[in-house]
Ligand binder design. Structure first.
Ligand code: 5AD
Ligand code: FES
Length: 358
């Protein structure tokens, strides 16, 4: 009988060669992750190196609104959290963030906010148009949650290049445990497919260790991602926020998040995979370790200093007191230790066409 460690190694090799496993095989790896995590990270990092080299792409994140009409049970910005401080950045404030970011070398700006109806299509179009006009060599990524097809279309026509919409979990029953009844799993999936169809470079993603998540759910995430084949995939550990219904839940772990990063890299070799702020929050070396496990993107915060402490999705978020320039310097040093380097180009995905997985 083959021992478990040997079986894990064999499955990792199979995944590394074929970029897909059966659900049971993914599950076996996840259940036995401690037996083969180092080997997985090595394989995943080699795959990243083969496609992206040692280059790490940076995205300047602008958290432009902390208002949200949704009530997701895990999120500190949920509308029922009356303790959350709310703010909106004006178009001028957003443009001044992109100017600062441009000087610092950013060539991608991510506009992220709660689902805030104040930012109508007309207002968002104007923001996107003006960023693209001032910085035609930059990519604009939107992360505005669920909007109408018409809205996605108009914003694409205004010049938006990419869209991030985490699905949060690929399992409907699990989705319903994380969201209030008025939020609809089907609609979220519909949005993701629509965004792809409209020609956005599309990012999906989920939290690792969110309440009620099982190891089987994690295996299903990989099958779902394989099928969706997104250009980007944002994952990070769930971290409780004290003023939410999940305030006393356990956080997701560093080790499971790193393991999932490795599995995602081998499943979708060309995907853009960030080492997220949440990963840096649960462990001081989280982002470096994420890069060593196959991630190739960092998303430092470009929001103005006075609003940073108000965009709190979870407790103890890092970098809320630092200037963007400080974060860049800090990240450059951190990356040196991994043997990778931050580059300043748009950092487009090297894949993503339906039948173009390597
Ligand atoms: N812990 C970790 N990630 C969270 N997000 C929201 N709340 C939390 C939390 N408590 C993530 C969601 C969302 C993204 C913007 O932040 O996945 O899509
Ligand atoms: Fe912000 Fe280190 S990345 S201080």
């Amino acid at each position: 009988m083959m021992d478990k460690a040997e079986r894990c190694r064999q499955l990792t090799d199979k995944l590394s060669d074929r970029h897909i496993l059966q659900k049971e095989e993914y599950l076996f790896l996840i259940e036995n992750k401690d037996l083969c995590s180092e080997y997985l990270y090595k394989k995943a990092r080699e795959t990243t190196d083969r496609i992206y080299g040692k280059d790490i792409y940076i995205r300047g994140l602008i958290e432009f609104s902390s208002y949200c009409r949704n009530d997701c049970l895990y999120c500190g910005l949920r509308r029922s959290n009356h303790k959350a401080e709310r703010y909106r950045l004006s178009e001028d404030q957003i443009l001044s963030c992109t100017d600062t970011g441009y000087e610092l070398g950013f060539r991608t700006f991510v506009l992220q906010g709660g689902e805030d109806p104040w930012y109508t299509d007309a207002r968002m179009e104007s923001i996107v148009r003006n960023i693209k006009q001032k910085h035609p060599d930059c990519a604009v990524t939107l992360s505005l949650g669920e909007r109408s097809e018409e809205s996605y279309k108009r914003l694409k026509e205004a010049g938006a290049d990419r869209y991030l919409l985490r699905h949060e979990t690929a399992c409907r029953e699990h989705y319903e445990k994380l969201h209030p009844p008025e939020m609809d799993f089907e609609n979220r999936m519909k949005c993701l497919r629509k965004l792809k169809e409209l020609g956005y470079q599309t990012g999906a993603g989920f939290m690792v260790g969110s309440p009620f998540q099982t190891e089987e759910n994690l295996a299903e995430e990989l099958l779902f991602l394989k099928e969706l084949n997104p250009h980007m995939c944002g994952i990070g550990p769930f971290i409780p926020h004290k003023d939410t219904p999940f305030g006393d839940r356990e956080a997701g772990t560093l080790s499971m998040t790193l393991f999932m990063l490795g599995l995602i890299r081998l499943t979708l070799p060309k995907v853009l995979l960030p080492a997220t702020t949440a990963l840096g929050t649960i462990d001081p070396r989280g982002r470096e370790l994420g890069i060593m496990a196959g991630a190739n993107v960092l998303m430092p915060n470009l929001s103005p200093g006075d609003v940073r402490k108000k965009y709190l999705l979870y407790d103890n978020k890092i970098c809320t007191g630092d200037e963007a320039a400080q974060c860049i310097e800090c990240l450059k040093k951190r990356m040196e230790k991994t043997g990778c380097r931050i580059v300043t180009d748009r950092g487009d995905s090297k894949g993503g066409n339906e039948n173009d997985q390597i």
